[in-house]
Design a protein around this ligand. Structure first.
Ligand SMILES: *Cc1c(COP(=O)(O)O)cnc(C)c1O
Length: 414
């Protein structure tokens, strides 16, 4: 179905966004470019259908085809990650994590998670997020010396608090997380383990990061980051938690599922199981390492000394900047990224000492190691002299040239 475009006001903004994505190199670590097939599924009549409930047990008639779609999505994601149960209805990663918490704990229960300023996520107990409103969160962090997850602190706090749930996973942690000792601590203190793999789901799908599924009671995720699906969430669990998870998502936190998005998730899960996707993820990791190494050679301090995954944190205080200034300077040359707190940051959250860079999106559009090395030098050039208009103009032109050489989508599609 090709749609009419009579609302020129809205379409003008949509078209401008498509041009922006093509023109800028996207280094925001949580973003990616979904395939046109994934995007096409979201623009279908499935959006019209109410399907409260689950396949075979709906509160509305006419669900035979959306039942097929949701069953395909569930079967594919269980196969992809090797889990016993799956729920593909969460509208977002935050909804997935909150659904998981509702399935595992009662309001007021103690929960132990990684602190936001050490790489956690707002759905892990930020006081203004539902997680922080309804549960009593306590936070562990990374060690000061090597900036890696402090497993001894997790153990001490867990023994002290005896929390109902231990949460692992984050949005700005550049190192491999070893889930086995976390599961062991949870067992020791009678807690359940929830892993939020939103950032690393694509890596887990191909085996480039160890899977949390054998260790965790429940795993939550978003679907649009390294997994490269539509914007949304999912929850995997053991069969012990299947029922609680389902009722926590619906009716617990949501009404009707977004069936057009679930169809797009099903397509993305198939893509993620392909050999091409494994090659893609390997390149994402290789690109992140090259970016970290090259920036390090140029005198920028990389938090924890490097990266094991798709993202890195650059401590821009090492060149006398704050994160907000660095973000603006890079944005001005069409390199999009975000300021980010670094562990033990001396700056407030609206300023920060860091920028977070990720390679998932640029790798989707085909940037290889040589491209990334050049781009790293452009980043260092700009951060060395953020006020220098000559350098900005030169780098912006080089970014534009590379962006044209590595289109995201065929021109006819956008
Ligand atoms: C991105 C992220 C989420 C939330 O995803 P949204 O879809 O934006 O709600 C949850 N947890 C972690 C660790 C994340 O990085």
């Amino acid at each position: 179905m090709s749609a009419p475009r009579t609302d020129s006001t809205v379409w003008a903004s949509i078209d401008a966004e498509a041009r922006r994505q093509e023109a800028q190199l996207e280094l925001i670590a949580s973003e990616n470019h979904a395939s046109l097939e994934v995007i096409a599924a979201m623009g279908t009549v499935l959006t019209n259908k109410y399907a409260e409930g689950y396949p075979g047990r709906r509160y509305y008639g006419g669900c035979e085809y959306v039942d097929e779609v949701e069953t395909i999505a569930r079967d594919r994601v269980k196969e992809l990650f090797g889990s016993e149960r799956a729920n593909v209805q969460p509208h977002s990663g935050t909804q997935a994590t909150i659904g998981a918490l509702m399935a595992m704990a009662e309001p007021g229960d103690d929960i132990l998670a990684m602190s936001l300023d050490h790489g956690g996520h707002l759905s892990h107990g930020h006081p203004k997020n539902a997680s922080g409103v309804f549960y009593k969160f306590h936070h562990y962090g990374v060690r000061r010396d090597d900036e890696r997850l402090d497993i001894d602190q997790v153990r001490t706090m867990a023994q002290d608090l005896r929390p109902k749930v231990i949460v692992a996973g984050g949005s700005a942690y550049p190192r491999t997380i070893d889930f086995a000792p976390l599961a062991e601590i949870a067992r020791e203190v009678g807690a359940k383990l929830l892993v939020d793999m939103a950032h690393i789901a694509g890596l887990v799908a191909t085996g480039a990061h160890p899977s949390p599924v054998p260790h965790a009671d429940v795993v939550s995720s978003s679907t649009h980051k390294t997994l490269r699906g539509p914007r949304g969430g999912l929850i995997l669990s053991t069969k012990d938690f299947g029922k609680q998870v389902n009722s926590a998502v619906f009716p617990g936190g949501q009404g009707g599922p977004l069936m057009h998005v679930i169809a797009a998730k099903a397509i993305a899960f198939r893509e993620a199981a392909s050999a091409e996707f494994k090659t893609y993820i390997d390149q994402v990791l290789s690109n992140a390492r090259i970016l970290a190494e090259t920036l390090g050679e140029r005198g920028l301090r990389i938090v924890s000394g490097g990266t094991d995954n798709h993202l890195l944190l650059v401590d821009v205080s090492s060149v006398g900047l704050t994160g907000d200034v660095a973000e603006d300077a890079l944005h001005a040359v069409d390199l999009t990224c975000n300021k980010n707190l670094i562990p033990f940051d001396a700056q407030p959250p609206m300023k920060t000492s860091g920028v977070r860079l990720g390679t998932a999106a640029i790798t989707t559009r085909g940037l290889g190691g040589e491209d990334v090395r050049r781009m790293a030098h452009w980043i260092a050039d700009v951060l060395d002299a953020p006020e220098d208009a000559g350098i900005r103009a030169r780098v912006k032109a080089e970014v534009a040239e590379l962006a044209v050489a590595r289109p995201i989508y065929p021109t006819a599609a956008v």
